[in-house]
Ligand binder design. Structure first.
Ligand code: IMP
Length: 421
C-alpha cells in the first residue's frame, strides 16, 4: 500500500480542509506532515464550521486515526485550545489523535522572536502569521529544538529553561521590548494536557499501516509556492510544503508515494508579502475577495486576489508529481463578465513560460480571456449541468497542465462537490 498525498499548489488557502475531510472517508489514517498553527484548514458541514490549525482534517470522521507527523511544529497552547473545542463538539479527540514524538515544539519565546525579527525587517517583512514557525524550524535545524517526546523526560523543564535562556540571549540583538515570562504558565499547563495524548514513533506506525495494507492520506499545509526551497524566497514559510516533504515529515520512503492530489483555486490568493504576478487591484479583485470570503482563517487578514496563473500551477504540478487536480471555488467567479488566466509572463520584454529564479522582479502576466459563465454554480451537483463557458475554462486548464481535474468543488459544503471520471 502507498501513501496518497494531498497538498496545495498555490500560496495556501486553496481549500485543503474541505477536500481532506471529503477524502477522509476512503482513508483510515490521515497524517499532517509539515507546518504548524500558521495553517487554518476550514471545514463546513451541516450547520457547523470549524478551523483546524494543528489537528489533521480527518478528526471529524469516526474510525479515523489522525497523526501529527514529525515534520510539524506544535504550539501546545493552540493545540490545547483546538482539542478542547473539538471535545466540546463531542469529538473523542484523544482517541482519534496521535502525535509523533519527533515533532518539534513552539515555545512562547519563539513567538517573541518571530515578532521581533519581523519588526526588524520593516518594509521587507515576510508577512509571517507570527505563530513562531520560522524560529521553531530554525531551532530544529540548528539542533537546539525541543521535541514532543521530550515532554516525557525527567529533565524536560531544564531543557525548556535552557532554550528559553538562549532565546533571551538571541533577542538582545533586537530593539524590541518583551516580557520573557509572556505565555509561559499557559504553555506549561498545555504541556501537561499534551501528555494525555498518545505520543508515538509515528514513522513506525505509518510504515506498519502500509505493510498491513491500510490506506494513509498525508495532508499538507500552506502551498507549493510557499515551499522553503521552491517558493518565492524569502517570502515563503519555513517547511517543505511539496510532496517530498510528506516523506520527510512522516518517515515513509519516496517509493511509497501513491496518488498526489493537487488542490488549486480557480483564481489565486496570497496572504502576506511577496510576488504575485496576476494580482488584481481593481473591482474584479474585490469581487473575488468578498465573494470568496478571502480573509485569513488564522490571522483574519484580507487576502490578496488575482487570476489563475498557469506558469506557477505547472511548476507546482511538476515539483509535486501531481496525479489528480482538484479545483476549488470556481463559483466565486460566477458573476464576472470575463475571467482570465495567465498563460505566460513577459519579463524585460521577453516571453517566459517558466518561474524565474528571482520572482521579486517586475513580471507582466500574459492573460487569456474567457467569457464568464454568469450562472450560479453552487447548486449544481452533476457535471452535465455545468455551463459550456465554465467547462471551456476547465478544459483549457486541463489541456495546458496535462493532468485531469478529478474533483470540482463549488461551495464549502461536503455536498457541493462534483467528482469526474
Ligand atoms: P509563517 O509561516 O507564519 O512564517 O509565514 C510565512 C509566509 O507564509 C507569510 O506570507 C504567511 O502569510 C504565509 N503563510 C503561512 N501559513 C499560511 C497558510 O496556511 N495559508 C496561507 N499563507 C500562509
Amino acid at each position: 500500500m502507498n501513501v496518497d498525498v494531498v497538498l496545495g499548489l498555490q500560496w495556501g488557502d486553496e481549500g485543503k480542509g474541505k477536500i481532506v475531510d471529503y477524502l477522509a472517508r476512503q482513508y483510515p489514517v490521515i497524517a499532517r506532515f509539515q507546518g504548524g498553527p500558521n495553517a487554518g484548514h476550514s471545514l463546513h458541514f451541516e450547520e457547523t464550521s470549524f478551523v483546524l490549525h494543528s489537528v489533521p482534517s480527518g478528526i471529524f470522521r469516526k474510525g479515523t486515526v489522525n497523526i501529527i507527523g514529525n515534520g510539524v511544529v506544535i504550539d501546545p497552547v493552540i493545540f490545547e485550545k483546538e482539542c478542547r473545542s473539538l471535545a466540546a463538539l463531542g469529538i473523542p479527540v484523544k482517541d482519534r489523535l496521535m502525535i509523533s514524538k519527533r515533532a518539534h515544539l513552539i515555545l512562547p519565546t519563539h513567538l517573541i522572536i518571530d515578532a521581533a525579527s519581523e519588526h526588524a525587517k520593516g518594509a521587507s517583512r515576510i508577512g509571517s502569521t507570527l505563530k513562531g514557525i520560522s524560529p521553531a524550524y530554525m531551532d530544529k535545524t540548528g539542533r537546539n529544538g525541543i521535541r514532543v517526546g521530550d515532554i516525557l523526560t525527567a529533565d524536560f523543564l531544564e531543557r525548556y529553561k535552557s532554550l528559553k535562556l538562549k532565546h533571551i540571549e538571541f533577542l538582545k540583538q533586537f530593539d524590541y521590548a518583551y516580557d520573557p515570562e509572556q505565555g509561559e504558565s499557559k504553555w506549561l499547563e498545555a504541556i501537561d494536557y499534551m501528555r494525555q495524548f498518545k505520543l508515538i514513533d509515528a514513522e513506525y506506525y505509518v510504515n506498519d499501516c502500509l505493510k498491513k495494507n491500510k490506506r494513509v492520506l498525508a495532508e499538507g499545509a500552506q502551498g507549493a509556492l510557499l515551499d522553503i526551497d521552491f517558493g518565492s524566497y524569502p517570502y515563503v514559510t519555513s517547511s517543505s510544503t511539496t510532496c517530498a516533504g510528506a516523506c520527510i515529515g512522516l518517515g515513509f520512503p519516496p517509493s511509497k508515494v501513491g496518488k498526489v492530489y493537487g488542490i488549486f483555486k480557480a483564481y489565486c490568493t496570497r496572504v502576506g508579502s511577496g510576488p504575485f504576478p496576476t494580482e488584481l487591484f481593481n473591482q474584479e479583485g474585490e469581487i473575488l475577495r468578498e465573494r470568496g470570503k478571502e480573509f485569513g482563517a488564522t490571522t483574519g487578514r484580507p487576502r490578496r486576489t488575482g487570476w489563475l496563473d498557469l506558469v506557477t500551477l505547472k511548476y507546482a504540478v511538476t515539483l509535486n508529481g501531481v496525479t489528480d487536480l482538484i479545483m476549488m471555488k470556481a463559483d466565486v467567479m460566477d458573476v464576472l463578465e470575463t475571467v482570465k488566466i495567465a498563460t505566460s509572463y513577459k519579463i524585460q520584454g521577453e516571453k517566459a513560460e517558466r518561474v524565474p529564479y528571482d520572482t521579486n522582479i517586475s513580471i507582466t502576466p500574459v492573460l487569456r480571456e474567457f467569457k464568464g459563465w454568469k450562472r450560479d454554480l453552487s447548486g449544481i451537483r452533476r457535471e452535465e449541468e455545468l455551463p459550456f463557458e465554465f467547462m471551456s475554462y476547465v478544459r483549457f486548464i486541463e489541456d495546458a497542465v496535462g493532468i485531469p481535474i478529478k474533483i470540482i468543488s463549488l461551495g464549502p459544503d461536503r455536498e457541493q462537490t462534483i467528482i469526474r471520471d
